[in-house]
Design a protein around this ligand. Structure first.
Ligand code: IVH
Length: 613
């Protein structure tokens, strides 16, 4: 049922689009957001709603197109107008000095050039082609000469502008890196683990796997980022140097890396290379080195290219963060939903400046695939600051007395027989009363992914659980001042603070509470769907598998998990106790009549007892 769009609507849509674009620019390019994520989302939802009502007003450059279009059946191969070269590598200070010597010899001069040094992002190179200021095509690097058309996928990346902020005639080919930051990577793998899916080994693979998805809607759900580092041909541009170009790209609305520096001596460049190496683990994304470029475009042109790489730039790699050590044992951890995760116990060793004694192995299948044995010498690596992983056994170092690793058949904590669902790689302890699961559940409930109770971190939940003060979720709301104040390192003040924090979480959003309960397959997104559909916990608890299946976005597995969860007598007890303790979730109010839509409200004045949110 679509009514005729009124001029008021098209103006309002234009206003919303402009707002969203400005906020995206403030966020992604200036790194200076001026509204909260929630406020941004409200504007976005409003645009979606209006466009749904008046589809004839949708334009290809609407921010709503970021949700991703129809799936492709293959990626088109497209030749690059100018080949995308790669870089030669340097591994030491000496190699960087030698880079300068080569330049000077080639230019036949003793006059040293200026340099730009940028972090070398560990993602994948893409080319964005803008025509008359509009994004028209995005290509992967491919073999350097021919790339794949990933326009539909790249359009879902919020940091890639659809329209440049200044009109530019003709084509502008921007090059940069698509990558996933550490937080996005951790979130994605957590979700995949939850769903029993194969984990990505590192952010680079996750970024590549997310971009090379035939279904752009999947790409849209992945936290991909983009930073521009150059253009393919800079002839017609206002900039005459790499540093100025980066500033110019930023004014066009393209995000660039603010860790970029320009120096007049190679010694300063080397200092910066070491500095970046020092801070790499604190950065929100993985870098595997620094790229040093001759600043001046005139000099770049004179230096030109070799077959595969330019003479005017070099990739200065960081030393590898790999090492070998001994695999002493395998321990099995029980997760919140009963998933059994093998953890490698290692002879402690320094890798990239950090002492490592444990490494994740994700699941038994990984152990089998890698052919590990206890007592093996193993190659381990740290990518960025993600948890170290075991790459492979060093077969040549085998003595013959290494022991085969046999997967457990019972839970290491409650000894219940383990189960494995069809098609899943993860083994689980099906006993929801398992102590390990209960503790993990409590930790999740209070954590940031749950109700986010300030001051009640993992360590304290563990302590309270051991002391049998906390046994199950509702116990959190019956905690007494004295029980907390007696904890080591606590006192009256911290106890009072935590109790206050708990009281403040007694009216959570329904979706928040659902995500906090730790039901299998129920993350933030599904929880929001459920809140939107049911509004109250009572309605939800009464629904059956069929009811869940009718919700768009909920599949068989999730519906089954929900039905199982809500029919479990233990769940009933938890929910009844929460209700008795006056923990009552709220649902977002929606203006379903549409009477308020399209109107702007301005609130003035100040709030004394409430925050802006
Ligand atoms: S410039 C012709 N700058 O490194 C020179 N590359 O081995 C083109 N990379 O495939 C590359 N960060 O994906 C340049 N700041 C940066 C970079 C960067 C990461 C990647 C790029 C390229 C590879 C070169």
């Amino acid at each position: 049922m679509s009514s005729k769009p009124h001029v008021k609507h098209s103006e309002h849509i234009a206003w919303l689009k402009k707002q969203l674009e400005e906020h995206a620019y403030n966020y992604h390019v200036l790194d200076n957001p001026t509204i909260s994520d929630g406020e941004y989302d409200m504007l976005f939802q409003e645009l979606l709603r209006l466009e749904e009502e008046f589809p004839e007003l949708i334009t290809p450059d609407s921010p709503s197109r970021r949700v991703g279009g129809a799936p492709l059946d293959k990626f088109d191969q497209v030749p690059h107008r100018i080949p995308m070269l790669s870089l030669e590598n340097a591994f030491s200070d000496d190699d960087i000095m030698e880079f300068e010597n080569r330049l000077l010899r080639y230019l036949n001069t003793s006059e040293k050039p200026d340099y730009v040094i940028e972090p070398k992002l560990d993602g994948l190179a893409v080319e964005l082609i803008y025509r008359d200021g509009k994004l028209s095509q995005a290509l992967t690097r491919g073999d350097g000469f021919t790339g794949e058309d990933v326009t539909a996928q790249v359009q879902t990346i919020a940091a890639v502008p659809f329209t440049l902020r200044e009109p530019i005639d003709g084509a502008l080919e921007v090059r940069g890196e698509v990558f996933m930051d550490k937080e996005g990577f951790a979130g994605l793998n957590l979700q995949r683990k939850h769903n029993g899916e194969q984990l990505f080994a590192n952010p680079r693979n996750a970024a590549a796997g997310s971009l090379r998805q035939l279904n752009p809607k999947i790409t849209a759900g992945r936290a991909l980022r983009f930073l521009a580092y150059g253009v393919s041909a800079a002839d017609d541009l206002a900039a005459t140097s790499q540093y100025d170009l980066l500033i110019y790209l930023k004014t066009l609305g393209l995000p660039t890396n603010d860790l970029t520096r320009r120096y007049t001596s190679i010694e300063d460049v080397i200092k910066r290379y070491r500095e970046l190496q020092e801070i790499r683990h604190e950065l929100p994304y993985d870098i595997d080195g620094a790229v040093v470029k001759v600043d001046s475009f005139i000099l770049q042109k004179r230096l030109g290219n070799k077959a595969r790489a330019p003479r005017w730039a070099i990739a200065c790699k960081f030393p590898a963060t790999q090492a070998t050590t001994r695999l002493i044992d395998i321990r099995y951890q029980v997760g919140r939903t009963g998933a059994i995760t093998p953890v490698a116990v290692l002879e402690p060793i320094h890798v990239g400046g950090v002492l490592v004694s444990r490494a994740t192995l994700h699941n038994q299948e990984e152990i089998d695939r890698k052919g590990l044995r206890i007592g093996d010498t193993v190659l381990i690596q740290r990518a960025g600051d993600v948890i170290p992983e075991v790459v492979k056994p060093v077969i040549e170092k085998r003595q013959g007395n290494e022991k085969e690793i046999i997967a457990p058949t019972t839970c290491p904590v409650c000894h219940h027989p383990l189960a494995k669902n069809d098609g899943e790689v993860v083994t689980r302890c099906p006993n929801t009363l398992c102590e390990a699961q209960k503790l993990r559940g409590l930790i999740h409930f209070t954590s940031k992914a749950g109700l986010d109770i300030d001051g009640l971190g993992k360590k304290y939940v563990e302590k309270l659980f051991q002391e049998k003060i906390l046994r199950d979720i509702p116990d959190i709301f019956t905690l007494q001042h004295d029980q907390l104040a007696q904890l080591p390192g606590w006192g009256d003040t911290s106890a009072a603070k935590v109790l206050q924090a708990i009281r403040e979480k007694k009216k959570p959003r329904l979706s928040r509470l659902l995500a906090a309960l730790g039901i299998r397959f129920i993350g933030e997104t599904t929880a929001a769907l459920l809140e939107h559909h049911f509004h109250t916990l009572t309605a939800l608890a009464q629904a059956d598998q069929e009811d869940f299946l009718h919700i768009d976005g909920i599949g068989e597995r999730t519906a089954q998990s929900l039905a199982e969860y809500f029919s479990d007598p233990r769940t009933r007890t938890i929910l009844q106790r929460l209700e008795a303790l006056d923990v009552s979730p709220t649902a977002e109010l929606r203006d379903t009549s549409g009477k308020l839509s399209g109107l702007h409200f301005l609130f003035t004045g100040s709030l004394h007892s409430l925050s802006r949110d």
